[in-house]
Design a protein around this ligand. Structure first.
Ligand SMILES: [Zn+2]
Length: 86
């Protein structure tokens, strides 16, 4: 896991400012998928590395990869839900 500080971007779902991304390998590139740590929504890096809304079901991902993304998303959403209940 690598953490990269990038130019500030805005989550297209919740509007939070994002400037740090953790990647499995290397720096974020166009077409990479990310998950917003504030709202748990899945976002994708555009050609210019801005963040766009993403429907993972339209990406034809390998089922293992899709399963892993959804597993991480669920963990983040559970964490957000727990924080909101405290
Ligand atoms: Zn967000």
């Amino acid at each position: 896991m690598e953490t990269t500080i990038v130019e500030e971007q805005i989550c297209p779902y919740c509007g939070h400012s994002l400037d740090v991304h953790s990647t499995v390998e290397g720096k974020p590139e166009a077409g990479d998928i990310s998950i917003c740590f504030y709202c748990g929504e899945i976002i994708i890096f555009s050609e210019h590395l801005s963040l766009l809304k993403c429907n993972v079901n339209e990406l034809n991902l390998d089922s293992d990869v899709l399963g892993e993304i959804l597993r991480i998303q669920k963990k983040i959403k559970n964490k957000i839900a727990n924080e909101n209940n405290n």
